[in-house]
Design a protein around this ligand. Structure first.
Ligand SMILES: *Cc1c(COP(=O)(O)O)cnc(C)c1O
Length: 394
């Protein structure tokens, strides 16, 4: 116990201790923390970008599935847990992603932890962007493949590594299409050209892009027209789709292979009916209501414009995820705490989620936020920066 306490103490001193914060109530982009009195906070930390977690059709889809099938799926898919509902959802997702087939996973974490070791092993090599999500890195470790990390979005660095270390075995490149903590985009078309020159597999994680980008909400792979060059696209239902669980989409052969090979699929209970029903309704909404996306993008534009008019001159990136770079962990936590005091809930993202010295506020805009909320949030953020980190406005 002394060792554990020592470790926790060191974390705390560095400003990197993590703690849970129970939410007592939440609705429409606002929340009340348990033990926080009746104070309502504006929530700018959620990944429910389109507000679908509360959409009546999603809630109704979930309720219908729950009533028809019960609470649990009862077993893994390869046992008796293979509900027809899951197949319908896989067809809908494959079509949303413009791929032949799709396979569901329990979560995005489980998807990456299962897919990567299914594709590569000890004789092989993985090239991963430095800022790839932890679940990707855990999948890489589980695979036992050699791992080479390239500088974030730096394809010349990737090419240099490919020239020197491609080797004879299988090579897998793993990227995110929209980076979760930086909100910037991967140069997908250039990447596809590169992976073809060097005969690699390409896995793209679309966790934050699905539902938000693409004419049909299929994500950035759709928007860039890169689907044919990507071997496997994964994503989660837990973000813009407002539900839970994840999928991988690719060729029919790829999906048949994963279903036989990905251990996190084979040895884990199927997603419950209520979750499948919610995800199904969410995919339908994303496909048929482009105005949901358009509304989100308008809100993002308002937020950024307000920030610029208030004196912010640094880049704000191309997406609904807006990082405010702070640097030190204690400073980032201090800024988040000051904002919380004034009614704004934003996350201070610190190491090890992001590299040492790059702690930031991660502001996430959702369709829940009306213009008045956006203006209020910007005013609070600028006031807190002026007070606690004025150099950011220089
Ligand atoms: C959130 C996230 C995951 C994990 O998905 P979950 O469904 O939350 O487990 C994987 N990759 C990226 C890039 C993510 O942001």
């Amino acid at each position: 116990m002394d060792e554990l306490n020592g470790w926790l103490g060191a974390r705390e001193v560095a400003g990197n201790l993590r703690e849970l914060r129970p939410v007592a109530r939440r609705r429409g982009g606002r929340l009340v923390l348990a033990g926080g009195g009746e104070r309502t906070l504006l929530d700018f930390s959620s990944n429910d970008y389109l507000g679908l977690s509360e959409h009546p059709e999603v809630v109704e889809g979930s309720r219908r599935a729950l009533e028809e099938w019960g609470a649990g799926s009862g077993a893994a898919r390869l046992m008796s847990g293979d509900l027809l509902l899951a197949h319908r959802l896989e067809e809908a997702v494959a079509s949303l992603k413009g791929q032949e087939a799709a396979l569901l996973f329990g979560s995005g974490y489980l998807a990456n932890a299962g897919i990567i070791p299914a594709l590569v092993g000890r004789e092989d090599v993985i090239f991963a962007d430095r800022l790839d999500h932890a679940s990707i890195y855990d999948g890489c470790r589980l695979s036992g493949a050699r791992l080479r990390r390239f500088r974030h979005n730096d394809l010349s660095h990737l090419e240099e590594l490919l020239r020197g270390e491609r080797g004879q075995g299988q090579a897998l490149i793993v990227v995110e299409s929209l980076y979760s903590m930086d909100g910037d985009r991967c140069p997908l078309r250039e990447l596809v050209a590169l992976k073809e020159r060097h005969d690699c597999l390409l896995l793209v994680d679309e966790a934050h892009a699905t539902g938000v980008f693409g004419a049909n909400g299929g994500g950035l792979v759709e928007e860039e027209g890169a689907g044919a060059g990507v071997d496997l696209v994964m994503g989660t239902f837990g973000k813009a789709l407002g539900s839970y669980g994840a999928y991988a989409a690719g060729s029919a052969t790829m999906v048949r292979y994963l279903l036989n090979r990905a251990r996190s699929f084979i040895f884990s209970t199927a997603l419950p009916p209520a979750v499948l029903g919610a995800s199904m309704a969410a995919v339908e909404l994303v496909r048929t209501r482009p105005e949901l996306r358009a509304e989100l993008h308008r809100r993002v534009a308002v937020f950024k414009e307000e920030l610029r008019q208030g004196g912010w001159s640094r880049p704000l990136g191309p997406s609904q995820i807006v990082p405010v770079p702070v640097g030190g962990s204690p400073e980032a936590s201090g800024l988040a705490a000051a904002l919380l005091d004034r009614g704004l809930y934003v996350t201070a993202v610190r190491p090890p989620t992001v590299p040492e010295g790059t702690a930031r506020l991660r502001i996430s805009i959702t369709r829940h936020h009306g213009e008045a909320d956006l203006r209020e949030a910007v005013a609070l953020i600028l006031a807190a920066i002026r007070r606690h980190a004025p150099s950011l406005l220089a």
